[in-house]
Design a protein around this ligand. Structure first.
Ligand code: GLU
Length: 427
């Protein structure tokens, strides 16, 4: 007998399949744009999907073979761009969806990149740094011919970070026989990383939330926020929103959630987590159930963990006015309909979390110029880009009388389709 949870019912399984979600949303945008049938067929599928098996010697001398993926969804507007995640539940459908979302995300903020994504099925929590380094280097070597500043430029994602990017950059550079910084973004600062990149996704969430508040004539100081996830995106969003006066009433992590009606002291909570390894038992807070925390009344709910956190099962119970999607794909298609009926103002993932790829673009530009910007320049340019993307999306929503998510997809699909048709079909 296995202890594994029973497989989800077919309808739920379908609802939770990220690739089906990506396709459904693309189709809706394509329908509304009355996109040419041929172009629709081109953009519906990825350009290339690589599956690679990664043999690695573990610290105890055993050999393990990991499975990795890299999917290029579109390179119509520029090199493939997108993160690499390490997690036990990575699947090809997930990586496919994430690659397509990168295409649309890059187009929403109008950076000259296509969309790509990578993943390796592994459990980083039980692996040593040395094992992670060997997996990263061998994965990079296995897909080497498909990477490059003009081909495909990875970045960090779930369970990968600046150190992972340094290993990829080094492996790629060793094969090229010279240092190529622009092959990845999200690198450490002293290896060609950009100022502001670590904070970029969180900063973007803060910027678009403030843009949304303006529409409701609300001020950050009167705005309560619940954040799910306290990793790079959730943590940085919390820190930057806290600095801007928002009241972060709850942080939800996988092992517990904390609540303070007057707003949590985020820097203190970060120190508590650094000292104890968890947000749980933070003195200036009350413990609260994970679902209860998600479903409490708040102005802004910011899911910043993984896909499928808001589904047909819990959407009805949410009590937020604004949903700012820090994660990729946190809301299922079925949940979307429920949120729309409830009148929730959704800032869709491909807009809300595009700050990461925006500053990745700045990093790539700086690497290629060999000329580095100060933090203020990076932050100002990011702000300008995201405010424009927010305005473009809302303008599409108004003009076509669609919700924000459909508007963002329409804007993106329109831009990518235009580039694709201008280039024409080869041969
Ligand atoms: N992993 C991030 C995302 O999902 C960043 C991608 C990038 O900068 O290329 O947007």
């Amino acid at each position: 007998m296995s202890d594994a949870a029973p497989p989800p019912a077919p309808a739920l399984e379908q609802e939770l399949n990220p690739w089906l979600a990506a396709e459904t949303r693309f189709s809706e945008a394509a329908d509304r744009l009355e996109l040419d049938h041929g172009l629709r067929r081109v953009l519906r599928v990825p350009e290339r999907e690589i599956t690679t098996y990664i043999p690695v010697m573990l610290d105890d001398g055993r050999i393990e073979v990991f499975t990795g993926y890299r999917v290029h969804h579109s390179t119509a507007r520029g090199p493939g761009k997108g993160g690499i995640r390490f997690a036990p539940d990575v699947s090809l459908d997930e990586v496919r969806a994430l690659a397509a979302w990168m295409t649309w995300k890059g187009a929403v903020v109008n950076v000259p990149f296509g969309g790509a994504k990578g993943g390796v099925i592994c459990n980083p929590t039980v692996m040593s740094q040395a094992e992670l380094e060997r997996v990263t280097r061998r994965y990079t070597a296995n897909i080497l011919e498909f990477l490059g500043p003009e081909k495909d430029v990875p970045a960090p994602d779930v369970n990968t970070n600046a150190q992972t990017m340094a290993w990829i950059m080094d492996t790629y550079s060793m094969h090229q026989r010279h240092t190529v910084t622009a092959v990845v973004t999200g690198k450490p600062l002293n290896l060609g990383g950009s100022r502001g990149r670590t904070e970029a996704t969180g900063r973007g969430c803060r910027i678009v939330t403030e843009e949304a508040l303006k529409r409701f004539s609300m001020k950050p100081e009167e705005t309560t926020v619940v954040i799910q996830g306290f990793g790079n995106v959730g943590g940085m969003s919390a820190k930057l929103m806290h600095e801007h006066g928002f009241k972060i009433v709850s942080i939800i992590e996988w092992d517990g959630a904390v609540y303070n009606s007057n707003g949590l002291d985020i820097p203190k909570l970060m120190r508590h987590r650094a000292d104890t390894g968890s947000i749980v038992d933070f003195p200036e807070s009350e413990a609260i159930g994970l679902d209860e925390a998600m479903e409490q009344r708040c102005d802004v709910l910011l899911p910043a963990a993984k896909e499928n956190m808001i589904t047909s099962t819990n959407a009805e119970r949410l009590q937020c006015r604004i949903l700012c999607e820090g994660a990729n794909g946190p809301t299922t298609v079925a949940a979307d309909e429920i949120l729309e009926k409830k009148g929730v103002f959704v800032i869709p993932d491909i807009l809300a979390n595009a700050g990461g790829v925006a500053v990745s673009y700045f990093e790539w530009v700086q690497n290629r110029q060999g000329f580095y910007w100060n933090e203020q320049q990076v932050n100002e340019r990011q702000e300008e880009m995201m405010v424009a993307a927010f305005a473009d999306t809302l303008e599409f929503a108004g003009k076509h009388k669609v919700n924000n998510r459909t508007a963002a997809y329409m804007l993106a699909v329109d831009r990518v389709a235009f580039a694709t048709s201008l280039r024409g079909m080869y041969p």
